[in-house]
Design a protein around this ligand. Structure first.
Ligand SMILES: CC(C)(COP(=O)(O)OP(=O)(O)OC[C@H]1O[C@@H](n2cnc3c(N)ncnc32)[C@H](O)[C@@H]1OP(=O)(O)O)[C@@H](O)C(=O)NCCC(=O)NCCS
Length: 187
């Protein structure tokens, strides 16, 4: 599976991506809203899982590398996976290397993956969750045309405290309408 956007290449993970992933995971600011610290074992585990899901049939998890051509180094991760089969709902999530923040890369990668998933799997909804204080992630959801479905109270335990989570979603018809309105094939 590979997607090419105006500035990015989204591709499958390979074994040799470990060090690039580790460079992201070991940055403090990368983990603020997600976890206290990512150990080397966790980085290895997430890479192994990303690779093993490539072989699952049917495949319901796509955890993909974001690269910035012509360089092939991983500069982000985009994941889309089946959440609720009966209502054709999939969940999307994203992360970008701190050196590349605020350049629109998360939005560009997510736009392309969501658009692909709507077409490929005939989805009804795409949903995303984030720590309620993660303003950059909320902004990405808004730029994608996702709408706030609500706020889950104290569903995350992090740094010795409970935190709320935001849930955003976009319906297939909304996605189509937004695409028609902007006339863009790419965000
Ligand atoms: C969330 C994340 C993926 C965004 O990646 P990105 O490539 O910088 O995203 P984009 O550039 O597409 O958009 C970021 C938007 O948030 C805005 N933003 C960034 N920090 C912000 C802040 N503290 N408050 C408000 N807005 C903020 C940017 O200005 C930009 O909006 P704009 O285009 O309207 O100016 C990135 O911050 C990240 O990897 N964080 C760590 C991992 C993480 O938290 N992942 C999300 C899990 S739900």
């Amino acid at each position: 599976m590979e997607l090419i956007t105006p500035r990015l290449r989204i591709r499958e993970f390979i074994e040799s991506d470990y060090q690039a992933l580790r460079d992201m995971d070991s940055r403090t600011e990368f983990n603020t809203y997600e976890r206290e610290y990512a150990s080397e074992a966790e980085t290895r585990g997430s890479l192994d899982e990303s690779i093993s899901t490539q072989l699952k049939i049917p495949r319901t998890v796509y955890r993909l590398a974001i690269t910035i051509p012509p360089v092939d180094t991983v500069k982000g991760v985009i994941k889309i996976s089946r959440q609720q089969e009966k209502i054709r709902e999939w969940e999307v999530g994203w992360a970008v290397h701190p050196d590349e923040w605020n350049k629109g890369f998360a939005t560009e990668a997510a736009w392309s993956v969501i658009d692909w998933a709507f077409r490929e799997f005939n989805l009804h909804r795409v949903v995303a969750f984030c720590h309620a204080d993660n303003a950059a992630s909320v902004r990405v959801m808004e730029k994608l045309g996702m709408r706030c479905d609500g706020r889950l109270r104290e569903t995350r335990w992090l740094n010795g405290a409970w935190w709320d989570e935001c849930v955003y979603a976009v319906l297939e018809r909304e996605w189509r309408e937004n695409k028609n309105l902007t006339g863009h094939e790419h965000q």
